[in-house]
Ligand binder design. Structure first.
Ligand code: SAH
Ligand code: SF4
Length: 394
């Protein structure tokens, strides 16, 4: 087992064990193979390990059980053995805010005392959970609040899938004993990796967590209901198609490199053309229907008719939908939201060219839960305004 070994990330070395933790191996977030190996290591006969893995997954991810003693289809001494070696632990809920529009923002604490935000957005016929993949972000998009917070660390797979479990706890969405997964309504019907962090810079943990989310014995969500949003980490895009296969959203935000360099500085590494080349391959690799282009509407920066027309030209040949995001302001933000008329006009040009161009309604603004507003205030490592402006070349 490697679970107790420290994982080294860009900036810090993190002990896997919580301070004051139990020292037991946490089963949440282990891949099927990882769980199988762990069970064998703990004394499960090899022949049984596959079946036990499936049984445990159903208890953990479908019924929300946290105590081995409640796993009634396992023998009593086997349950005791599991309890000796393992635990089922998810991030701790620190606080919950509920917006006037029903959006819920959760602050959760992970090992090491770090905090990340998770947002649940209920809609009429579905509910979307916006999940974080990192504490902070290494990237410095100049319009994003999270980008003003330095990367503290990557989340583990358990902490990512644990956010979904935490939300299901809060929404009381677990499948009652004796019932199947399809028999209860899905409150968390969609997952978007659009919280804090750049998911493709935490590839393995995001993949392992999403595999559990998509597995029929795991959270059981179709891969079409999971969307990974990236700022454009080009070398990982093909891998995401092959190894995860979920829907893809791209934080596009500009139609000329000069502007995109400032808004999404990773563009200096992989520019618009390189990014679009990678995107042309993605649907073939993942069977996904369309790529979502996210486009934040910034007054006077990227919102002209010309921009709209250039955008259409650029994405020619890519099955796409364009999601227009009215800029969500945050204290000290160097931009303003485009006017409603401007956004509508922009949307219209794109729509007339044959692309869906929905305007994202900001949700949970009153509790700072809207896109790009997330940032754990408790984190001390912050960039100054001057640093942000400098990095963005403003
Ligand atoms: N790091 C990933 C995912 C998180 S951001 C990415 O960049 O894609 C989720 C979406 O919200 C991205 O499209 C991001 O560009 C957008 N966003 C960030 N700050 C915003 C803000 N202040 N207003 C509106 N959208 C914002
Ligand atoms: Fe990071 Fe995404 Fe924010 Fe850019 S928009 S700083 S990649 S979280």
């Amino acid at each position: 087992m490697t679970a107790s070994a420290p994982i080294t990330q860009d900036l810090v070395t993190i002990p896997r064990k919580d301070e004051g933790g139990t020292g037991k191996v946490n089963l949440v977030g282990l891949t099927r193979d990882g769980l199988r190996d762990a069970l064998i290591d703990a004394g499960t006969p090899e022949k049984q390990a596959k079946m036990r893995t499936g049984q445990l997954w159903q208890w953990i991810y479908q019924k929300g059980v946290r105590e081995f003693s409640e796993m009634t289809n396992l023998a009593k001494d086997y349950r005791a053995m599991l309890d000796e070696a393992f635990e089922i632990r998810i991030p701790e809920l620190v606080s919950k805010q509920v917006s006037e529009d029903g959006t819920r923002k959760y602050l959760v604490r992970i090992a090491g005392g770090h905090e990340v935000e998770v947002v649940y957005i209920p809609e009429e016929d579905r509910g979307t959970l916006c999940v974080s993949s990192q504490v902070g972000c290494t990237l410095t998009c100049s319009f994003c609040h999270t980008g003003t917070q330095k990367l503290v660390r990557n989340l583990t797979a358990g902490e990512i899938v644990g956010q979904i479990m935490m939300a299901r706890d809060d929404l009381e969405e677990w499948v009652p004993a004796g019932k199947g997964m399809g028999e209860s309504p899905r409150l968390v019907s969609n997952i978007v990796l659009m919280g804090m962090g750049e998911p493709l810079y935490n590839f393995d943990a995001v993949r392992d967590a999403m595999k559990i989310a998509m597995d029929g014995e795991g959270i059981s969500l179709s891969r079409r209901r999971i969307t990974l949003s990236t700022s454009g980490v080009v070398p990982e895009i093909a891998r995401a198609g092959e190894e995860i296969g979920c829907m893809l959203a791209i934080s596009f935000h500009a139609t000329i490199d000069e502007t995109r360099d400032k808004l999404v500085p990773i563009n200096k590494k992989w520019n618009i053309e390189t990014l679009l080349d990678a995107l042309r391959e993605y649907p073939k690799l993942s069977n996904s229907e369309r790529i979502t282009f996210e486009y934040v509407m910034l007054d006077g920066v990227n919102d002209s008719d010309e921009d709209a027309r250039r955008l259409i030209k650029l994405i020619e040949g890519i099955p796409a939908k364009i999601n227009l995001i009215p800029f969500n302001e945050w204290p000290g933000a160097p931009y303003k939201r485009s006017s409603n008329n401007r956004i509508r006009r922009f949307a219209d040009i794109i729509y007339k060219a044959g692309y869906a161009s929905p305007i994202r309604t900001p949700r949970g603004e009153d509790i700072m839960a809207a896109c790009g507003q997330l940032k754990s205030e408790t984190e001390r490592a912050r960039k100054s305004r001057a640093e942000i402006a400098k990095e963005a070349g403003l």
